[in-house]
Design a protein around this ligand. Structure first.
Ligand code: NDP
Length: 329
């Protein structure tokens, strides 16, 4: 089988040279084990943290060894009574085309209700992240206004649609006119091209028709600074991610408007989706209802072939994706 390995821990922006496609021998499945052929692989911004060589909330990827990531695949051979040939499973055994694993470590998915790759996107951790941020961290209420940054991305586009389904008003930011139009097409009441404004706070305020009650933070940096301006008193921030900073090779100065946190009594809470899996049942129930009512769809950008994994991953930092970035094998 083939897998992508990390060759060095990048400082600053990673490049194609940090990745290597290698052949490895797979063992035959033993008792209770299955052989799985991956069909869809996920690339996610958080993987950059695992390439830093330091432990964050997860361990770093090993060098010249198998990397991890969300994956869905098909059971090709089974020596387990829990899974049979043809079953579809979800795992963290991404960045490779096949693997052998104990069946009990794998999650079976139902491809009769959703296409398999949806379990890596809208119906998977991506959707769950949007849901947790809005529902639990922000506590979004009907009639409130929320700003969603990286609005045309995977978590962002889910957040826009979920916030609308929850009865909120949404203003989105994204890079480029096409992405702004896309955000509006999925329900954003207003949207701003952050690359085309020299005053992000002012543009967001205009698009929102005033201040915002809440901010769904996916970007950090310039967006974080603007959010401290645009939030109304008692505003809430769900700190989900700060992709603008993931490739920084050195520390950046902190925004000089942090006093707004005090002056406006803002509430800021960071979260990691996997710490909130108790909301999964509620999420699936709400999502099913919203999907059946036609209120929510999952947009995807698809690259083909294992060799495209590094480029797909690096593309996240260049905004090459609309919706969830996936690699199809
Ligand atoms: P996206 O699909 O949103 O892809 C990343 C997007 O970020 C790009 O498309 C690009 O959109 C934007 N972007 C990239 N670089 C910059 C930059 N320098 N400045 C501004 N925007 C930039 O990825 P995800 O939906 O998977 O993740 C979104 C955020 O959520 C990330 O910060 C991620 O780390 C975080 N996350 C957090 C989780 C948690 O548990 N806390 C779980 C999952 C994700 P554009 O073209 O608009 O610039």
């Amino acid at each position: 089988s083939r897998q992508i390995q990390l060759t060095a821990y990048p400082k600053g922006e990673p490049g194609p040279d940090h990745f290597n496609l290698v052949e490895v021998d797979l063992p035959k499945p033993g008792d209770g084990q299955v052989l799985v052929a991956n069909r869809w692989l996920s690339v996610d911004p958080y993987m950059r943290g695992r390439m830093s060589g330091m432990r964050t909330y997860v361990d770093p990827f090993p060098l010249n060894g198998p990397m991890e990531g969300g994956a869905v695949g098909e059971v090709i051979e089974s020596r387990s009574d829990q899974l049979k040939k043809g079953d579809w499973v979800q795992s963290m055994n991404g960045w490779r085309d096949a693997y052998v694993s104990d069946a009990k470590g794998l999650q079976k998915i139902d491809t009769s209700i959703l296409p398999p790759q949806a379990y890596l996107g809208i119906a998977g951790l991506t959707g769950m992240t949007a849901y947790v941020g809005l529902k639990r961290i922000i506590g979004l209420k009907e009639g409130e206004t929320v700003w969603v940054s990286a609005g045309a991305g995977a978590v962002g586009s889910a957040s826009i649609q979920f916030a609308k389904a929850m009865g909120a008003k949404v203003v989105a930011t994204a890079g480029g006119a096409d992405k702004v139009n896309y955000c509006k097409s999925i329900g954003a009441d207003g949207a701003v091209d952050y690359k085309a404004t020299d005053n992000l706070a002012k543009s967001v305020r205009e698009a929102a028709g005033g201040g915002v009650d809440a901010y769904f933070e996916n970007v950090g940096g310039s967006h974080w600074t603007a959010a401290l301006e645009v939030l109304k008193p008692k505003g809430r921030i769900a700190a989900c991610g700060m992709i603008q900073r993931y490739n920084d090779a050195s520390a950046q100065p902190i925004p000089d408007n942090l006093t707004n946190i005090v002056a406006k009594s803002l509430k800021i809470e960071g979260f990691i989706v996997i710490d909130h899996m108790d909301l999964l049942g509620e999420f699936i129930q709400d999502l099913s209802g919203w999907m059946m009512a036609g209120k929510v769809t999952g947009e995807e950008t698809v690259r083909e072939g294992l060799g495209e994994m590094p480029n797909a991953f690096l593309g996240l930092f260049k905004g090459e994706n609309l919706g969830k970035m996936l690699v199809k094998l």
